[in-house]
Design a protein around this ligand. Structure first.
Ligand code: GLP
Length: 272
């Protein structure tokens, strides 16, 4: 796992967007680039930056196919708090993605189990997810894989915890009882199958969970700790989110990144 700590949220977002744009740009044109995407406030800075890169003609989504992580059950695509709407407003309406290449779970599906099964099949048909971008809940969850979720779970319906409803109440007039009780979500196993996972974490509220995910063992109570088993995982965070990490942990990951950067610079120098 790489842990990249930036001084603030803006820098972390800019770095992550640059990384994603680089991965899309370097991808062979004969195959689509399959990108997994999250909602929430954490990826907003990345989405703003991706839109900017697109406007500056440094990035195109023409060959990108997307799969979103989750959707609330009972909210239709036009609902102001649906993740469909969120994605349109914050990313898809502002870039050149072909709308037919966007996949988001349907929270209004009559048969949610079938919807989840078909979603997994659609991901497999596209050859799997190349890069899954994600955020993290304050209880260490990934997508809507709440504490206690199986680390092998696949796309399914999940009941949201009180902590998640309280955290997301800000989008529902501040009233946790207005937050849908259930959601459709990709599983931990679905995220783990992606060839690469990139997680953005920001703010003091996430510091306790980040410490558990990075420094403690793999544990279904902090489902993002699954990343410890992933061969290609990056967490990019700001200093506030890193606040509970041990000094030695921070020093270790900073040192690794310095060496990576140095090796990269030397390589580009040689290739000039
Ligand atoms: C929800 C989403 C997650 C997201 C989390 C944190 O639970 N399903 O994908 O990571 O919220 O949201 P925020 O980034 O707003 O803190």
């Amino acid at each position: 796992m790489r842990l990249i700590i930036h001084p603030n949220y803006e820098d972390a977002s800019r770095w992550a967007a640059g990384y994603i744009a680089g991965r899309i740009g370097a991808h062979k044109a004969d195959r689509p680039f399959v990108l997994g995407l999250p909602t929430g406030s954490s990826p907003l800075g990345i989405y703003r930056e991706l839109v900017r890169l697109y406007r500056e003609k440094k990035l195109s989504f023409a060959a990108v196919r997307t799969f979103n992580m989750d959707e609330y059950v009972g909210l239709d695509a036009g609902h102001p708090q649906s993740y469909h709407r969120f994605m349109m407003e914050n990313l898809f309406d502002h870039v050149d993605i072909d709308k037919r290449n966007i996949h988001i779970l349907d929270g209004m599906a009559e048969d949610p189990e079938r919807e989840c099964r078909l979603y997994e099949e659609a991901i497999a048909r596209e050859g799997g997810i190349e890069l899954f971008l994600g955020g993290m809940g304050s209880d260490g969850h990934i997508a809507f894989n709440e504490p206690g979720s199986s680390l092998h779970s696949r796309t399914r319906i999940k009941t949201l915890t009180g902590e998640t409803k309280a955290a997301n109440a800000r989008f529902f007039g501040g009233d946790p009882s207005q937050v849908p009780a259930t959601a459709l979500t990709v599983g931990v196993g679905t995220v783990m199958d992606a060839r690469e996972v990139l997680i953005i974490v920001s703010g003091y509220k996430k510091a306790r969970a980040l410490r558990a995910v990075v420094e403690e063992g793999i544990n279904h109570m902090w489902t993002l700790s699954c990343l410890q088993m992933h061969p290609r995982a990056i967490i990019v965070c700001d200093e506030e989110a890193a606040d509970e990490l041990r000094v030695g942990t921070v020093r270790y990951f900073r040192d690794i990144e310095k060496q990576t950067l140095r090796a990269y610079r030397e390589k580009t120098e040689r290739e000039k």
